[in-house]
Design a protein around this ligand. Sequence first.
Ligand code: TXA
Ligand code: MG
Length: 324
Amino acid sequence: MQRAGELLRAGEVVALPTETVYGLAADARNERAVARIFELKGRPAHNPIIVHVSGVEMARRCAAEWPEAADRLAAAFWPGPLTLVVPRASALPGIVTAGGPTVGLRSSAHPLMHAVIRECGFPLAAPSANRANQLSPTTALHVESAFGAQLPLIVDGGACQVGIESTVVDLTVSPWRVLRPGMIHGGALRAALGSGPVDEIAPQPGPDDVLRSPGQLKTHYAPRAKLLVRTWRDEADLKAQVAALEGRVGGCFVLAHTVIPSGSEWGGISVIPHDPEAYARALYGELHRCDAAGAEWIVVETVPDEPEWHGIADRLRRASGGQS
Ligand code: TXA
Ligand code: MG
């Protein structure tokens, strides 16, 4: 923690664990340090970065306005996988918010992330620790294979417990809206706020739209292999579907949770628990593994259309380039 604090105070970028995915952290007040994050990720300058805080008190210092809804959501879900978009304090350098008037704030539940922020005493700008448009990392090893020696320090906090990125909620519009679904779903937010939109999945912006949340871009979070989301009756049906794609069964990795193929011809078969929390925790690790094994196709069994699964369904949709 001390070493991370020293590096961050010196304006370096350090990889830190959070409960969702690993982050690439820098002093949010330091323009040059934040610029280094953009450079390392190959992230376009118009994509704002989430600022991680130790709690509501630090969050208020990063915000020009702290709406009552922010207090309620923070009381209900912080520390946790929820990012609140509020008006930005002018003290934060514009680079963090991509020049925009709002800032995304989050208090992570990971004890190491929390300890480092306390050690530093300042907020940390931290996007997911992957290169732009690639899969987010859920282990320190994923970060190391993406960045290796380019980082002075990767803090290993184990496998991420949530496994997909935080829910992002925009509180600067009325009614509030979900910019990026996650494991805290719309129903849970509505329950904490007492009102709000019923449709939690934000509309997809067109290519020329201003990026309200670039996490909404269609292909984001994508593995190298082509990914498809499909439903199959049995193994023969799945094979017929793969044949129709002109895919080789041997180059095809299957992620199943209910109808599980048994044949040995597949490149690989992963069984992910049929439980949204366990599924989210396992998903990126499985996708990283398929990529590392040289998968040509990843065929993922459709997940239930229920609020608890919407964040997962969103990531699968993006990973498939919106084709599923
Ligand atoms: O779980 C997470 O949120 C992880 C961990 C590291 O905290 N972070 C993460 O950051 O996923 P990143 O930068 O990969 O994704 C942040 C998302 C992007 O879609 C970004 O556009 C959006 O949040 N975002 C950040 N600041 C915003 C703002 N001021 N207004 C709207 N969207 C914002
Ligand atoms: Mg990201």
